[in-house]
Ligand binder design. Structure first.
Ligand SMILES: *[C@@H]1O[C@H](CO)[C@@H](O)[C@H](O)[C@H]1NC(C)=O
Ligand SMILES: *[C@@H]1O[C@H](CO)[C@@H](O)[C@H](O)[C@H]1NC(C)=O
Ligand SMILES: *[C@@H]1O[C@H](CO)[C@@H](O)[C@H](O)[C@H]1NC(C)=O
Length: 409
């Protein structure tokens, strides 16, 4: 079995894995020349190449560009059809020209409140204005209205969604020209939205019709929220009556410890009850943007971290041994790749990462053995924390072993 060609390919092993060993099990290899087993009758359509003895199937089609499916009879729909993005995330195809920057061939643009490679992580918890998880001392405001004869205190600590009673909301003082109310979340959190509500005072509805949102890490320097790519502050549409709730989502989400609601237009008075929507920061994994190479090409991964079941020797000559530590992307030289001694499924290449690392994808590449293009056409990935017990990466839905195919010679 040999991995030799000058082409390259990438495939993803999502969800990301925290592993300390990485093992490629070559389930099927195909040499472009030589001992490849072609089908007696070509069962593949549209110029596909038919190979036998690959995987559990009686034959295996290597489809021409633009075709897909077991017999290459389907037109390639691209990675966004069907969309792998969850929760209404938008799938966007990325061109393959910048190999290595992305592994999936697509990116998911998530709806507010969702994150992750496939928008699978939600951040839509109620943070505790209504429930009381946010305590009085965390809520402050620019001013407080004292109502009739100064006897009613419409304090910021009352600004809780669905708060009841005669005095049941925050209201800024009528002379306050730059009112705001602020919540100190006591640590950096991810905020994805806000629910606002007005109140009524002596039979009159009071509410905030429009507002801005500012945030801060330290309570000193504030940034007013803007939509992605916009140069103007985002003005949110607020309430229209005393009681109904209005939900606004932050796109992009806000990461901050302090969040400030800044009324822009108020009806009667700037009176507010509210809830914040968001989540802890640490529910987000480094998988987002985790695309830095681990160091096969750069040699950050040292030769001794790589091992394999065997190494092929061209013409049986030691000097032409295709050693495990030659398995480096874009390696040059006469023997510039790892190649197993036998072309069968018992062979593997192993990488010891030395400590747990998050792996989000793999880029593979073949090589030429004295001019002959050869490569691994399909492989499985297994991982382990101890080098003893191995888990094979599975398909997300069928839970069968994921076979990564590399079809481009
Ligand atoms: C492709 O061929 C298979 C059988 O060879 C058939 O089951 C399938 O429906 C075909 N798909 C398309 C898109 O024509
Ligand atoms: C406040 O809202 C309640 C419920 O929607 C409604 O019945 C009531 O008339 C409203 N009061 C004012 C002053 O708008
Ligand atoms: C794989 O190849 C080796 C060497 O040719 C051979 O000894 C072994 O039996 C083969 N294993 C399988 C499962 O074909």
């Amino acid at each position: 079995m040999k991995i030799r060609t000058s082409s390259s390919s990438s495939s993803s092993s999502s969800p990301a894995l925290n592993i300390s060993y990485l093992l490629l099990i070559y389930c099927c290899c195909w040499t472009y020349w030589g001992n490849g087993e072609y089908c007696e009758v070509n069962l593949c359509h549209n110029g596909g190449t038919c190979v036998t003895g690959v995987g559990d199937e009686p034959f295996f089609c290597i489809c021409a560009e633009g075709f897909a499916g077991d017999t290459c009879n389907a037109t390639e729909n691209g990675p966004c059809s069907p969309s792998p993005c969850k929760n209404d995330g938008e799938c966007e195809v990325i061109s393959n020209s910048r190999r290595g920057d992305v592994f999936n061939g697509y990116v998911c643009r998530c709806s507010p409140g969702f994150e992750g490679v496939h928008c699978q992580i939600s951040c839509i918890s109620l943070l505790g204005m209504e429930g009381g998880g946010i305590v009085e001392s965390q809520i402050s405001a620019s001013s407080v209205d004292f109502g009739i004869l100064g006897l009613q205190r419409w304090g910021p600590e009352l600004a809780r969604l669905n708060n009841q009673g005669m005095v049941n909301a925050w209201s800024s003082a009528s002379h306050d020209k730059n009112p705001w109310i602020e919540v100190d979340l006591q640590k950096k959190m991810r905020l994805t939205g806000i629910i606002t509500q007005g109140a009524s005072r002596m039979g009159m509805a009071e509410f905030i019709k429009a507002f801005k949102v500012a945030s801060s890490f330290d309570g000193k320097v504030y940034a007013v929220h803007r939509a992605e790519g916009q140069r103007k502050d985002k003005v949110f549409v607020g309430n229209t009556d005393n009681d109904s709730t209005k939900t606004n989502l932050f796109d992009p989400p806000i990461v901050a410890q302090y969040i400030r609601i800044i009324p822009v237009v108020c009806r009667k008075a700037c009176t507010l009850r509210m809830e914040l929507i968001g989540c802890e920061l640490n529910v987000f994994s480094n998988a987002i943007g985790c695309v830095d190479p681990l160091g096969m090409k750069s040699r950050l991964i040292s030769d001794s971290q790589l091992s394999a079941t065997s190494a092929f020797r061209t013409w049986g000559i030691d000097a032409f041994t295709w050693l495990p530590h030659y398995a480096r992307l874009d390696k040059q030289g006469k023997t510039n790749a790892w190649s197993a001694a036998s072309n069968n499924r018992t062979e593997w290449l192993q990488l010891d990462l030395e400590k747990p690392k998050r792996i989000t994808g793999i880029i593979t590449q073949g090589a030429k053995d004295f001019g002959v293009v050869q490569f691994v056409s399909a492989f499985k990935i297994a991982y382990s924390d101890d080098g003893q017990t191995w888990t094979v990466v599975k398909e997300q839905i069928s839970r069968t072993d994921k076979v990564n195919k590399y079809l481009q010679p």
